[in-house]
Design a protein around this ligand. Structure first.
Ligand code: ADP
Ligand code: GN1
Ligand code: MG
Length: 368
């Protein structure tokens, strides 16, 4: 986006002052994120603008309706608890000049704007045990604040997002058609995922049978969707709320386990570097479980180690499916990026399996 486009877009939102400049920002796989700077009566103020990926979010207006309800709820909780720094602890949607929480550009693209949260950063992998603890605490607090989220039900921003069975059905179709003749490059990965199909249904089955509860959760709670405070390295604000909708708390905890307990990046090419770090897993739970005390049932607690494996598996499946389909979903930075991501996820699952007894013991120790 050049400055001419960015001023056009930024001007659609209810922002005062003088537009200075805008630049691309962030590391997300889905939306396009920009940061703009404004001179507001002598103070430089920043905003975040995002083009919502409408190939993925078919109803951006419904996504924004969800986000407005969720952010209003969380901000209300924080205010009631007397928490300071409210606009750094929850996303603030800046309305368009017509009052809507989104605006369209000349090409029909959907845009939204948030206050830019200053003095915070995100990480793609954990740098210390205390960071893991704070991230666990952050997502636990987020889930807790949404426990009494009122009706009506939030929209499903993406249908069957974590439904492994549906994901496998689609995978079989892709394998049958193999539209880019890429299946041959991924024979081992395909075999691994097919061998693990049944185990992959554990969470979705437990949810369907009511053994674990449906709750409002984030559904994309990887660690770089949590802003960390520069000041004290604590989790500051859960962002990227497009997929907040009904699901299982274990989907979020699972995604955090997948990203925090991995000793390498999600897309590490050298799979020797990928492994499950039990210490980081333990610290993550030390932060998470106290927040959720009294909310998780026994079955949910027992399924915690499986949740990390399960979300890692669904990501392996999704990355591979996207590779086979010609990289249409996740943003890639190199050819075979999605295949590398899939391989790294599979390496992580294998390491989780080697460490499953250790993980189970940690959960048992911390949940008593
Ligand atoms: P995507 O859906 O593409 O992952 P995100 O909403 O996660 O997009 O945003 C991408 C990145 O932009 C984040 O990782 C974060 O670094 C930054 N970001 C997003 N929103 C804000 C905000 N309100 N304040 C500061 N940084 C933000
Ligand atoms: C995508 O938008 P981002 O980069 O935070 C994806 C998640 C995946 C993640 C893998 C809507 O998240 O489901 O877990 O990539 N988001 C969507 O890094 O599909
Ligand atoms: Mg993101």
């Amino acid at each position: 986006m050049n400055n001419f486009d960015s001023i056009d877009i930024a001007n659609k939102f209810a922002i005062f002052g003088e537009f200075l400049d805008a630049r691309s920002f962030g590391n997300g796989h889905i939306n396009d994120t920009f940061q703009s700077r404004w001179n507001q009566a002598g103070t430089i103020v920043r905003y975040t603008h995002q083009r919502i990926n409408e190939k993925i979010f078919l109803r951006p207006d419904k996504v924004m309706e969800n986000i407005l309800r969720v952010t209003t709820h969380i901000a209300g909780r924080n205010r009631a608890a007397g928490i300071y720094d409210l606009s750094r602890r929850c996303l603030t949607v800046v309305p368009a000049r017509d009052g809507k929480p989104w605006a369209r550009d000349a090409q029909g693209g959907w845009w939204r704007t948030y206050l830019f949260i200053e003095d915070a950063y995100t990480r793609d992998s954990a740098s210390s045990p205390s960071e893991a603890r704070f991230l666990g605490e952050g997502i636990g607090c987020f889930q807790k604040q949404l426990m009494d989220f009122p009706l009506p039900r939030l929209h499903d921003s993406i249908e069957n997002f974590h439904n492994m069975e549906k994901r496998y059905n689609r995978f079989y179709e892709i394998l049958k058609n193999d539209p880019y003749d890429r299946k041959k490059d991924a024979a081992c990965e395909v075999k691994f995922l097919l061998n693990n199909e049944e185990r992959g249904s554990i969470l979705v089955q437990a949810l369907r049978e009511g053994r674990i509860s449906e709750r409002i959760c984030h559904n994309d709670a990887k660690m770089n969707n949590i802003l960390i405070d520069n000041k004290d390295s604590k989790a500051l604000c859960v962002i990227d709320l497009d997929t907040v909708m009904p699901g299982s708390s274990l989907f979020d905890l699972g995604d955090l386990i997948r990203t925090v307990s991995n000793t390498a990046q999600e897309d590490e090419k050298d799979v020797q570097k990928v492994s499950f770090n039990a210490e980081l897993f333990e610290c993550l739970l030390e932060g998470y479980l106290p927040q959720m005390r009294g909310f998780l049932n026994q079955q949910e607690i027992e399924l915690i180690p499986e949740a990390g494996r399960n979300i890692t598996q669904i990501m392996a499946l999704r990355f591979l499916a996207d590779y086979l389909e010609g990289d249409r979903y996740f943003r890639i930075k190199r050819p075979e990026h999605n295949l590398d991501r899939c391989r790294a996820q599979i390496a992580l699952i294998k390491s989780m399996d080697i460490n499953c007894e250790i993980a189970r013991n940690i959960v048992q120790k911390l949940s008593h």
